[in-house]
Design a binder for this molecule. Structure first.
Ligand code: MSP
Length: 533
């Protein structure tokens, strides 16, 4: 198979393909928001990006959910899928592919892939005995279980005993190869804590895993033995490959892998780490395909310390949250406030406080009052100052000149909160600067040029902050850029990197002396805290 050499100029990333047993909750939205932020960042760098998301629609869990409401599984899935599509739209997610595992062309890809692994002699029949969690769609070790045979993740669900003929994948055969791969690719699993978790797990010895089920209709038949149904994970992981097909492509593995493979990043939650960092690479090794570049396992969103999830019924409705506070607010809170990789608790009071402090007060007020000062003190609403008039030692310029690189490194490392924090520090420094410099007094003293320099330095810092935050809060960044006189739309995924390339707009000093500044308007309305909290 001829694989096109991938260059630095492309970036393909995936979210998990979400189970459609219910409408999405904030946990599912979390990965997708992070993926979108990263995709937008890579687009700003001028890369061609492919963001893949989608839905995982087969298996027992979905079949039972459909049965419980008296629907046929396909009909049930078709009704749930739009709730994901709608939520991604509400959250301003710019995905490029939406992969549904019930798509006909997906079956063709799964069949071909199965064929390669079969030919390799890595699939055999055996007897599977063990405890199965339908919510995880995974066999559990007896020692992992909680009291009363409950799943450690879905703590209110009892696992079920299975003793059946299954087809197995020879995972054990790939133990050494996988270990060598992890050693030679230390960045493959991130963050470090997850890498260690995987290394420990693999070191304990890998056991073959079953890739088919009996007594289950909802899934693809095993190509060599249609009495059996393919295990949902074997089918779902390949959804990433199917997603790479162009709309008019024949559904062949060769076509799917031609342009974007290997995928640069699989973004997932920590509960599905083994599937992505152990099973999936082994399946790919067996089929002779190159492995993805990186798997990043983020933490759980919790409510009162427990994983938020459909099975536990303690979810937060993302639609209501976005409708109430807007997409930028929701994106900002989850990415800025929770260290990506660690667990984070959601608390509405904290949510409101952070948004008010950062977006309404620090950023919004700063822009608003500075633009108002321009209106008041500067003839023609313009600042006839150029970057060159401000020395490199200027307190805001000094921060600004280093910021782009620092934020770039943070985004590249998926350290979203570390990307946002220094940007906010520049904003706070700008607020302090304007208070210290008191341009209203300078104006009274007739120091017009000094007034203009102060206002220029502050507005340029706000601009830089807006640019660097644009992957997280694109709508607010649009508003700021518009008020600063730019005709740039951060939601335009093609034109933005040409009109405002990172190499230029991520440095301090872009506002020109001819900049026609716009009318000041609030960019984020202060949220009133709920009364009875
Ligand atoms: N269908 C599988 C993935 C197959 S990928 C080929 C699946 N789906 S899921 O809908 O249950 O979960 C999808 C993702 O949402 C996982 O990465 C999971 O970690 C994430 N989250 C689900 N609940 C979550 C939280 N409470 N917090 C953060 N993320 C969570 O697994």
């Amino acid at each position: 198979m001829n694989l096109v050499d991938k260059t630095e100029k492309t970036f393909a990333l995936t979210t998990p393909l979400y189970y459609v047993n219910d409408v999405p909750h904030v946990g599912s939205a979390y990965t997708t928001m992070a993926a979108d932020v990263l995709a937008r960042f890579h687009r700003l760098l001028g890369r061609r990006v492919l963001l893949i998301t989608g839905t995982d629609e087969h298996g027992q869990k979905i079949q039972r959910s459909a049965e419980s409401v008296g629907k046929a599984p396909q009909e049930f899935c078709d009704e749930i899928v739009p709730s994901f599509v709608n939520l991604w739209q509400l959250l301003n997610i710019q995905y490029d592919r939406f992969s549904r595992t019930t798509a006909t062309r997906h079956e063709a890809i799964v069949k071909q892939f199965f064929g390669r692994v079969w030919e390799k002699g890595d699939i055999y029949q055996g007897q599977q005995k063990g405890w199965y969690c339908v919510s995880c769609e995974e066999f559990k070790e007896e020692r992992e279980l909680l009291e009363g045979h409950r799943c450690p993740i879905h703590t209110n669900k009892e696992v079920e005993w299975r003793d059946e003929q299954n087809y197995f994948f020879r995972l054990s055969k790939y133990q050494t190869q996988l270990q060598e791969f992890y050693q030679s690719h230390p960045d493959f699993i991130q963050p470090e804590s997850r890498r260690n978790e995987v290394l420990n797990f693999v070191e304990q010895g890998l056991q073959d895993f079953s890739i088919s089920r009996v007594n289950l209709d909802w899934g693809f038949p095993v190509p060599t033995d249609p009495q059996h149904t393919l295990y949902v994970w074997f089918d779902a992981l390949l959804g990433y490959v199917t997603a790479l097909l162009e709309p008019d492509d024949e559904p062949t593995l060769e076509n799917a892998l031609a342009t974007w493979w290997p995928i640069n990043l699989h973004l997932i939650g920590k509960d599905i780490l083994r599937f992505h960092a152990v099973y999936w690479p082994a399946m790919l090794l067996s089929s002779g395909l190159p492995l993805p570049e990186r798997v990043f396992g983020h933490g759980f969103l919790t409510k009162d310390g427990q994983k938020m999830g459909k099975a536990l019924g303690n979810t937060l409705d993302p639609v209501a949250l976005v409708q109430r506070y807007g997409s930028d607010a929701v994106r900002y809170y989850f990415l800025k406030e929770i260290e990506f990789g660690k667990d984070g608790d959601f608390n509405e009071v904290r949510f409101i406080n952070v948004l008010n402090a950062d977006l309404a007060n620090d950023l919004g007020n700063l822009l608003n009052r500075t633009l108002n000062m321009v209106k008041k003190y500067c003839p023609g609403d313009a600042l006839p100052i150029a970057n060159e008039a401000i020395p490199a030692e200027h307190p805001l310029k000094t921060i600004g000149l280093r910021l782009g690189e620092q934020v770039k490194r943070a985004y590249e490392a998926l350290a979203f909160s570390h990307a946002c924090e220094p940007i906010l520090l520049l904003v706070q420094a700008s607020n302090k600067f304007i208070d210290d410099q008191a341009p209203w007094s300078l104006y009274k003293q007739g120091q017009q040029q000094e007034v203009e320099k102060v206002l220029y330095a502050v507005l340029e810092s706000v601009r830089l902050a807006a640019y660097l935050l644009s992957p997280v809060i694109p709508n607010i960044s649009n508003d700021i850029y518009r008020q600063l006189g730019f005709g740039i739309n951060f939601n335009d995924r093609i034109k933005t990197s040409i009109a405002a390339p990172f190499s230029i707009h991520a440095t301090w000093g872009v506002l020109s002396s001819k900049q026609q500044l716009g009318t000041p308007q609030p960019i984020f309305k202060r949220i009133e805290p709920p009364k009875n909290d």
